[in-house]
Design a protein around this ligand. Structure first.
Ligand SMILES: CC(C)(COP(=O)(O)OP(=O)(O)OC[C@H]1O[C@@H](n2cnc3c(N)ncnc32)[C@H](O)[C@@H]1OP(=O)(O)O)[C@@H](O)C(=O)NCCC(=O)NCCS
Length: 201
């Protein structure tokens, strides 16, 4: 492992480096990825370098890269943002940019790692997130960790020519669901769900 900060079973979370910029830039300009995100802008190298510099400085933000323990490959990043000291709460965000790694359980594991860190190390009371209604993969991952639906922001996101609902989810300290016991087998093959009518972001 290279510079691990939080270590899981198959992944670890580590600080982002400027050398990660080409990967981060490729992900954040990939329409398949950003169709799931709430906020995005086209990012050039300079903008991405500023992002990496910012996340190491901003006291209200913890952003970590998601790397595979098997080969140290960076596959995404995960964050707690808008960390509020009085209310002891923060927002959560995640992006796995390597699309061939989707639905292999890494997003669930990364979410669980940083949520546990938020409760146990940052002394948070609540962590919230926003997810677009069509992002069933994300919703399922968050539910497995213990996030619950708290509300629906109706037609709040305009993507691909129409409005979509944004779902707000939250998890309180004590609601984190531990990972099921390891089976001792290899990582599961990527599960394929039947493709739904391709929704917009
Ligand atoms: C959302 C994201 C973080 C999830 O991580 P992941 O590693 O792909 O997800 P996981 O494998 O941990 O969990 C996904 C779950 O959703 C299920 N799933 C996949 N496609 C699904 C679908 N169309 N409908 C319902 N469930 C689906 C998977 O089978 C899995 O559940 P299971 O373990 O019970 O079978 C990742 O896919 C990603 O970064 N996507 C692009 C950017 C993004 O969406 N960011 C989040 C914005 S809120």
């Amino acid at each position: 492992m290279k510079n691990p900060f939080l270590v899981g079973e198959r992944i670890y979370l580590r600080p982002l480096e400027r050398t990660d910029v080409p990967l981060l830039q490729a992900w954040i300009n990939d329409q398949d990825v950003i169709r799931n995100l709430l906020n995005f802008r086209p990012m050039n190298v300079q903008a991405e370098e500023e992002f990496v510099d910012k996340v190491t400085r901003d006291p209200d933000l913890i952003t970590l890269g998601i790397a595979l323990r098997s080969d140290d490959r960076l596959i995404g990043n995960v964050a707690l943002h808008r960390i509020q000291s009085r209310d002891r709460q923060a927002g959560f965000g995640i992006l796995i940019g390597e699309k061939e790694e989707w639905s292999r359980g890494y997003g669930t594991e990364a979410t669980r790692l940083i949520v546990r860190y938020g409760f146990d190390a940052l002394n948070l009371h609540r962590i919230w997130l926003h997810v677009l209604e069509h992002n069933e993969r994300g919703r399922r991952a968050y539910e497995k960790v213990g996030f619950r639906v708290e509300g629906v922001l109706r037609q709040s996101a305009f993507r691909e020519g129409r409005y979509w609902d944004t779902i707000t989810m939250g998890i309180l300290r004590g609601e984190l669901i531990d990972a099921p016991p390891a089976s001792g087998q290899n990582p599961p093959a990527r599960k394929r769900r039947s493709a739904r009518a391709r929704p917009a972001r």
